[in-house]
Design a protein around this ligand. Sequence first.
Ligand code: ATP
Ligand code: MG
Length: 398
Amino acid sequence: MRRGLAFAVLAAAFGGGLAAAVHGSAAGITSLLILLPLGCATVFAAHAIVAARTRIGGLRRQFGLLAAVAAAQLAIAVGVFVELMFVSRHDAFFAVLVAGFTGTLSLWAGRLLGRRALTDVEAVRTTLGAVGQGRRDVRTNLAGHDELARLGADVDAMVSTLAFEERARRGLIASISHDLRTPLTSLRLLVDAIDDDLVADAAMRRDYLRRISTNVHALSALIEDLFELSRLESGDIRWTMERVMLDELVQETIDAMRPHADARAVAVHAELAPRLAAAQANPEQIQRVLFNLIQNAIRHTPADGSVVVRAAPATEGAIEIEVADTGTGIAGDKRDRVFEPFFRGTDHDTRSDDGAGLGLSISRAIIEAHGGRIWLADAASGTSVRFRLPSVAGQPAR
Ligand SMILES: Nc1ncnc2c1ncn2[C@@H]1O[C@H](COP(=O)(O)OP(=O)(O)OP(=O)(O)O)[C@@H](O)[C@H]1O
Ligand SMILES: [Mg+2]
């Protein structure tokens, strides 16, 4: 209110000053005496309308009332000036005519623009209402560059994101149900067979127990992976960071996986840069990432192929690790999707040798939680997955 009044006083002073400069001090004082109360009254009226806007009703009515105040101010100003200054009725008539005409046209122009703006507001409201009722195929489609168009674009982008996330969530639930159903169905069949006394001898019993155990193991591994992924994605990180010698960790992981690689006749070895700096990381989690990547590499590399794990300093303050294989590689159309949960290159029904499609998404969540990044690098043949971790600042290797 104070600012409004100060503005009205300033405007009146300017008007009075202008009148004094052009027509002398008497005209200046008269103008000031007319403009000052008029300006203050307008400011009071406008503030009263703004303060009561929620009670007045829609924007249409609020703008209408403000326009009425502006029109009343114009009418009073013209009326008073005409009464005080014009001697000829003829001149007064035309001054009122012109003021009335321009005032009406301005109100009309204001109303036209206001109507357009209100139509845009209505489009946003209708879209949000439909989104609230569950629809995701609606858009405001507002064109232009003003604030309302930007609001419409933001709403449209939000609805698109919601639609995308809902599709992804539905896909995720379908994948989870499918992967849970497969071992559960096997378990039910095995248990039914035992129940129906179909298991005749000890050897058959051992075989059934082994198959039950495999399915139970698959179920608990899947549930554990899912739990881990949802924890990581919600930012619930419970591990502690420490100084990790990545070269030692890489060697340890390779040694642990060697029997698995040997069984498939795949050679695995490390190429480690000398004097590699330590990383600030959680060793168990990084080992889990290395395990996922090396397991993938072995799984997709035919016999007599090889897997190499390289670790070297990257740009300032980071260490880069690469797991490269001479295997089948990943086709172009799948490269963008391998880090999505449940994305698998091939369709299969069990989690025996092939996985659930969670390894890379868990690895990405772990690396990102460390402040690093993981990506599929270009490779002439086979596959190369790389990730970067921040190294311990200012610490030489050993
Ligand atoms: N080294 C690789 N060579 C070829 N394809 C790969 C390689 N690594 C990953 N992929 C492809 O990416 C998909 C997703 O990998 P990810 O590790 O997320 O899942 P998975 O290995 O299928 O299952 P999980 O890791 O849960 O056991 C794989 O199914 C596979 O098609
Ligand atoms: Mg995997």
